[in-house]
Ligand binder design. Sequence first.
Ligand SMILES: [Zn+2]
Length: 338
Amino acid sequence: MQKPIRLGGAQVDPGQRATVNLPVARLYNHSEIDLLVHVVHGRRPGPCLFVSAAIHGDEICGIEIIRRLLARKNLGRLKGTLLAIPVVNVFGFVNQSRYLPDRRDLNRSFPGSGGGSLASRLAQTFMREVVTSSTHGIDLHTGSNHRGNLPQIRAAMEDPETARLARAFGAPVIINSNMRDGSLRQEGVDRGIPILVYEGGEALRYSEEAIRFGLKGVNAVMRAIGMLPPRRNTTTSSRSLVAEASTWVRAPISGVHHGAIRLGANVEEGETLGVISDPFGEGATAVKSPVHGIVIGRLNLPLVHQGDALFHLACLDERLPEGMLLEQELLPEDWRGS
Ligand SMILES: [Zn+2]
């Protein structure tokens, strides 16, 4: 039997679940804004995993992943503790915005401070109450600003435990990405807490594929760290592609963009990804891929200025065997490359 857990002055006993309110700030009218954490505290000891979403307030797919996660019956057999935070950036969520009202990016404000900006104070509350109690974390994101993301994991693959969990998640692509100062993931690395960032879908939209991949991935990680019993009769070999780098393809001219390439497509260096022209169809300019890679992000808005980021590519050093992505059956039907 494990001990009760304390969070923000509340106590949750083994075998119980509860939603805990952590006070963050007040609005102009003096009504209080709380950070809500749902605690599922298993009877038996084990890891403590946080699953967070909407650190960018308009990235809502993760909220639905957490809603479905909390409805699963298998949580009754949980070992350890699950801390589920569907809306971290409460202010951005209410305003349907990525940012805080002071235009700060919460994911550049960690670890935060009690005397800092609103974002910095929220980051500090999250660190103090959630991250420092956790042994592992998964942070759920989507593409921003009309950009859709292929389901993918961003993780520091140099750390063996993080790499193991990234592979267990089972997303089509893993980006071994560089840290950005002030991100939640950076804080995890600094404190030795493995944190995976999952990206999938588009801001302010529900993508059923991204939600299903995310839910499946979170469950797989919970099994991999022993919070849930292993699945029977499954092979656990991950077939995620690991990319060491990614690059954005930007619009060479302003105009209307006809993107010909879908998320998940395997593209060659020099391949045409789309065409930009003026509204009369004149001055058509091809958008070419600078590398061999997989399309992991894509601008869905066809109206572009020169320099706008159109496609995000995971760079692959080696040529993929013919038809490999199709054999993987990891990508939803309509996301396969053309
Ligand atoms: Zn995000």
